[in-house]
Ligand binder design. Structure first.
Ligand code: PRP
Ligand code: URA
Length: 208
């Protein structure tokens, strides 16, 4: 698949996926591992952020140093994306946060918006976080909402992606770069990812 897609290649990510996929993993560990793998994803996705040079004083002498020179926005897609938010805020404490509430209809798997609150997005780098990219319907809704506000770029961070979802995002939003910990095989007839990990929101919040 030649897509605007990066699949994490790290043993810690593979171990995290093993724990998330295991049906015996309960919400406590599921939340912890979600935060761990999101940290890896966020580091990978932001490796080309702009920096600027500044002068600092070490205890021994003046030196040149580099600091981040980009304004970031993070937007979790409710509700499962909330499990990824803390890790991004930990890495980038000055990030501004927007929220998009999207829910798939259980029968049709069509996503619809029930909440939207975005900070200033124009000219900024947006990290859109949602653990599951299945049909791509939710991500495409969110990308339409965000790109209408003219961001510098959007980086989509997910934990498990299906080829169908990657294709949908690439076709509709070719500039959006997707970062995932796993690219799975396919969707089943209920539009769940296989092998996947089940319903992420239910597993995160214990609402099975
Ligand atoms: C899940 C997931 C994504 C969406 C992916 O959310 O968190 O947002 O499904 O599926 P798609 O690519 O086919 O749109 P869900 O609608 O189950 O809501 P929840 O996070 O509130 O549980
Ligand atoms: N949403 C989930 O939580 N899991 C899937 O497999 C597909 C969509």
């Amino acid at each position: 698949m030649n897509a605007n897609l990066t699949v994490l290649d790290h043993p810690l990510a593979r171990q995290a996926l093993a724990e998330l996929r295991d049906k015996e993993t309960g919400p406590e560990v599921f939340r912890l591992v979600t935060r761990q793998v999101t940290t890896l994803l966020a580091i990978e996705a932001t490796r080309d952020l702009c920096t600027r040079t500044c002068r600092i004083e070490t205890p021994l002498e003046p030196a040149e140093a580099e600091v981040l020179d980009e304004r970031l926005v993070v937007v979790p897609i409710l509700r499962a994306g909330l499990g990824m938010l803390d890790s991004v805020v930990q890495l980038f404490p000055s990030v501004t946060v927007g929220y998009l509430g999207l829910e798939r209809d259980e029968e049709t798997a069509q996503a619809s918006v029930y909440y939207s609150k975005l900070p200033i997005v124009r000219g900024r780098t947006v990290l859109l976080v949602d653990p599951m990219l299945a049909t791509g319907g939710s991500a495409c809704h969110a990308l339409a909402d965000i790109t209408a506000h003219d961001p510098a770029r959007v980086l989509l961070l997910c934990i498990v992606a299906a080829p169908e979802g990657v294709r949908a995002v690439n076709e509709q939003f070719p500039a959006a770069a997707i970062f995932t910990a796993a690219l799975d095989r396919e969707l089943n007839d209920r539009k769940y990812i296989l092998p996947g990990l089940g319903d992420f929101g239910d597993r995160l919040y214990g609402t099975l």
